[in-house]
Design a protein around this ligand. Structure first.
Ligand SMILES: C[S@@+](CC[C@H](N)C(=O)[O-])C[C@H]1O[C@@H](n2cnc3c(N)ncnc32)[C@H](O)[C@@H]1O
Length: 230
């Protein structure tokens, strides 16, 4: 289990990720977990997400995922967002320096828990929304806001992809149960959510239909929703 001393502490003084991250001289930050999962996530995107349109990422963190995906998918436009200033600074550096930088937009400051996402608020326009590893490391209001925001901003037929650890119908893998307890020790409002009991009902109320659930390494899931006509 990650030692709290190794957390990545964001601009507010709180942990934004449960891992130590490096910052290069050019301002780009590097996350060990993103280095491990970016290729398998790109494979899921290739099979399940629009790769010739515009994807809005919520909670982009270091910005490595978007940079990796635009280099793999040459017709993809990607917009970075985050709440945390330190993460926004890294995304700014990736949007300047990455291969395919002309297709990396933002970053925009977005707090997923709010019901208006500022400059990112372009209803019914995005082909996809992507959010990795936020909803267990934020109060549940962030998950709720993410799902209602996706319902508001995706075009009909657009897709939302979530990635991270989840419980299913009240069952949780032992490693995820230990992880959730660790998260709740750090902040009682954090914790691993139940896909079927906590997430799907809010998604359905936001016109998002569960499209696919893909098992990923280390007991994580990729979850795909599709925006249906109201
Ligand atoms: C564990 S990091 C994940 C970063 C990146 N998506 C990844 O997988 O490497 C969690 C991110 O969620 C962001 N975050 C937390 N609460 C948020 C909120 N309410 N709205 C938007 N972003 C939030 C943090 O600033 C941080 O960048």
């Amino acid at each position: 289990m990650t030692d709290k001393a190794q957390d990545d502490i964001g601009s507010s003084g709180k942990s934004v990720a449960l891992e130590a991250r490096e910052t290069a001289e050019d301002g780009r930050r590097y996350s060990p977990s993103a280095a491990r999962n970016k290729d398998v996530l790109a494979d899921v995107i290739a099979a399940n997400m629009p790769v010739a349109g515009h994807i809005l990422e919520i909670a982009s963190g270091t910005g490595e995922h978007g940079a990796h995906f635009v280099s793999r998918f040459p017709s993809l436009q990607w917009s970075y967002t985050d709440l945390d200033e330190m993460s926004l600074a890294s995304q700014r550096a990736w949007a300047r320096l990455a291969e395919g930088a002309e297709r990396l937009h933002g970053p925009l400051k977005v707090d997923a828990s709010q019901d208006h996402w500022g400059e990112a608020e372009n209803p019914s326009t995005y082909d996809g929304l992507f959010c990795a590893n936020m909803i267990h490391i934020a109060p549940f209001a962030a998950a709720r806001g993410l799902l209602t925001g996706a319902g508001r901003l995706l075009r009909t037929g657009g897709r939302l992809m979530l990635y991270g650890p989840f419980a299913r119908e009240g069952q949780i893998a032992p490693s995820n149960a230990r992880f959730s307890e660790d998260l709740q020790r750090r902040d009682p409002d954090w914790g691993v959510r139940d896909l079927d009991l906590d997430i799907v009902p809010i998604a359905e109320a936001a016109s998002l239909c569960l499209f696919d659930v893909i098992e990923m390494p280390a007991n994580n899931l990729s979850v795909i929703f599709e925006k249906i006509k109201k």
